[in-house]
Design a protein around this ligand. Structure first.
Ligand code: ADP
Length: 252
């Protein structure tokens, strides 16, 4: 087993499910101490248990990424408990689908608060710490539905994720001189709860993906996590401000 992240402390938001949990497990398997953050304490605890069952090191901190106070506490707690913060994977997100004309302002505000303001707040506090402590690496979760393609009924989500791509790239240029390397991933449909339409069965999703994606199938959690680990690793040392599309050819 390679261990690219021995001695590294990795903070992952949205670490209680989906790509966040898969990333947490993958980082831990390669030697990192992983701090998973999110709103749901039970799902975070489950991620910690899965990692500890494999002999890895993990910790959970409940936090809402749309709250500046929570995000500041998250960074401080991570550093106090684990002695540093070297890598951040800002992955918490929500998806809301439906006609724009029917979307109420509260739903819009919530989506922007979590998906966009959450990444801003996370980077703000992470950068402040990393700048003063020898640098670091940040990977943000955007989406292929943001800067790379557009679908109807997902305008708010697309706008928030296109903004995450833009923010990541601008921050990358701003921070690389301070030893902080920032990139984004733009996943297409990955095997998470988010990729299921309301009420849709996994079989129905499989059929939909055959039609929708050139590759004819949904992406696996491992395929998403391995991209995150590569971007976070020294192997990607010259990769700065990249927005890595992982979508089975949907936007090719
Ligand atoms: P993916 O793995 O593709 O990112 P998921 O829906 O599985 O999709 O994961 C999104 C994660 O973000 C979930 O773990 C969810 O609980 C988390 N999340 C959503 N809103 C917030 C929030 N306000 N603060 C922290 N975490 C959040």
């Amino acid at each position: 087993m390679t261990a690219r992240f021995t001695g590294k402390v990795v903070l992952i938001s949205g670490g209680g499910s989906g790509i966040g949990r898969a990333g947490a497990l993958a980082f831990a398997r390669e030697g990192a101490t992983v701090v998973v953050a999110g709103r749901n304490a039970d799902s975070l605890r489950k991620t910690v248990e899965l990692i500890e069952a494999e002999g890895g090191r993990a910790d959970a901190v409940t936090a809402d990424v749309s709250s500046s106070q929570d995000v500041a506490r998250l960074v401080t707690t991570t550093v106090e408990r684990h002695g540093g913060l070297h890598i951040a994977f800002n992955n918490a997100g929500v998806l809301e689908a439906g006609p724009l004309a029917d979307m109420d302002e509260a739903a819009w505000d919530h989506l922007i608060a979590v998906n966009l303001t959450g990444v801003f707040l996370s980077m703000k506090h992470q950068i402040a710490h990393m700048r003063a402590n020898g640098g670091g690496v940040i990977v943000n979760t955007a989406s292929n539905l943001g800067a790379h393609m557009r679908l109807p009924f997902l305008g708010a989500y697309a706008a928030s994720k296109a903004a995450v791509s833009a923010l990541s790239r601008a921050a990358a240029r701003e921070c690389i001189g301070q030893g902080i390397r920032i990139n984004a991933i733009s996943p297409g449909p990955i095997d998470t709860a988010m990729s299921l339409r309301p009420g849709e069965s996994e079989d129905a999703r499989t059929e939909r993906m055959k039609e929708a994606l050139p590759i004819g199938r949904i992406g696996t959690l491992a395929e998403a996590a391995s991209a995150v680990l590569w971007l976070a690793s020294p192997e990607a040392g010259f990769t700065v401000g990249h927005d890595l599309v992982i979508d089975g050819g949907a936007t090719a």
